[in-house]
Design a protein around this ligand. Structure first.
Ligand SMILES: NC(=O)c1ccc[n+]([C@@H]2O[C@H](COP(=O)([O-])OP(=O)(O)OC[C@H]3O[C@@H](n4cnc5c(N)ncnc54)[C@H](O)[C@@H]3O)[C@@H](O)[C@H]2O)c1
Length: 269
């Protein structure tokens, strides 16, 4: 089995690369290091291709002979996407289209897309289910939803099999606490390790869903390797912080692995 991970030098992509060590015959990573780091792949056996998903020639080379593609490469920040909507479309929509077109030509078995709970916008209803009306509020969310539609179109027109996973807040090792738009968990962890105060914005009563990166990888690889699992899967969270006024460490994971389903009635949080 050969796999390609776009954005494989990033946080989640590097865990997919780690998962396939000793399992896949070849693990290719296509990454332009926009927000990822080569050091995330230290000690891992991968073929690293430096460049962008918007470079068709490079993508065509990267997908050659590959069985599964994990498409993680994206403009990943909601605030940055608000400032750069055109660049967001270029990366998250045009980049994905290039990957899908070249995957189709190369006879790739399946493409799996990292989508996001951002497609739900500010909808306060929980649990989130696939049938909810999408109300994305940012170029990031809009382009992730666009991506889901293109994935489904390529599948239903027989061009290449696809599956989308909508992640909530992912946490775990190698998550960058330094970026301008870093997620809360790595910032909290870094400050805790240094013995510094942790700042919680708002009134502390807000809630968030978190899922451990290795659970996400378990689900992504399942979706890739099971041709019958298609469409969009909303990730059932593994850890819910009741509110940030309660310590997160008291929130034990509800389930060791995420459950995923294509039917909302199967969802139970
Ligand atoms: N981390 C989360 O909580 C979360 C939640 C929802 C969805 N996602 C999605 O999961 C995916 C991975 O996120 P992450 O947290 O690992 O982010 P990340 O920033 O660590 O990884 C993204 C990777 O994509 C690469 N990249 C960006 N533009 C590229 C381009 N044009 N060509 C090639 N590579 C490019 C970056 O350099 C980086 O290595 C993203 O698509 C993101 O939108 C993440």
């Amino acid at each position: 089995m050969k796999v390609l991970i776009t954005g494989g030098a990033g946080f989640i992509g590097s865990h997919i690369a780690e998962h396939y060590q000793g399992i896949a015959e070849e693990i290719r990573v296509l990454d332009n290091l926009r927000t990822g780091y080569k050091k995330n792949l230290d000690g891992l056996k991968v073929t690293f291709i430096e460049g962008s998903i918007t470079d068709r020639e490079l993508v065509a080379k990267a997908v050659e002979g590959v069985d599964y593609i994990f498409h993680m490469a994206a403009m990943v920040s909601v605030p940055e996407s608000m400032q750069k909507p055109r660049e967001t479309v270029d990366l998250n929509v045009n980049g994905l289209l290039t990957v899908l077109e070249e995957a189709s030509k190369a006879g790739v078995k399946k493409v799996v897309l990292a989508s996001s709970a951002a497609i739900y916008g500010d909808n306060p209803i929980v649990p989130k289910v696939e049938t909810m009306y999408p109300e994305p509020k940012s170029p990031y969310g809009i382009t992730k939803l666009d991506g889901e539609y293109y994935m489904e179109m390529f599948r239903t027109t027989g061009q290449v099999n696809t599956g989308c996973c909508r992640f909530f807040n992912v946490f775990g090792p190698r998550q960058d606490p330094k970026g301008a738009y870093a997620a809360a968990v790595p910032i909290f962890m870094e400050k805790a390790i240094k013995g510094e105060d942790i700042t919680v914005f708002g009134d502390g009563e807000q809630t968030r869903d978190f899922i451990y990166v290795k659970d996400i990888v378990g689900g992504l690889t399942y979706v890739a390797e099971h041709p019958e699992v298609t469409g969009c899967i909303t990730w059932v969270t593994a850890v819910r912080s009741p509110s940030t006024t309660s310590p997160i460490s008291s929130s034990k994971p509800q389930a060791p692995l995420p459950r995923f389903c294509t039917c909302p009635s199967e969802l139970a949080m």
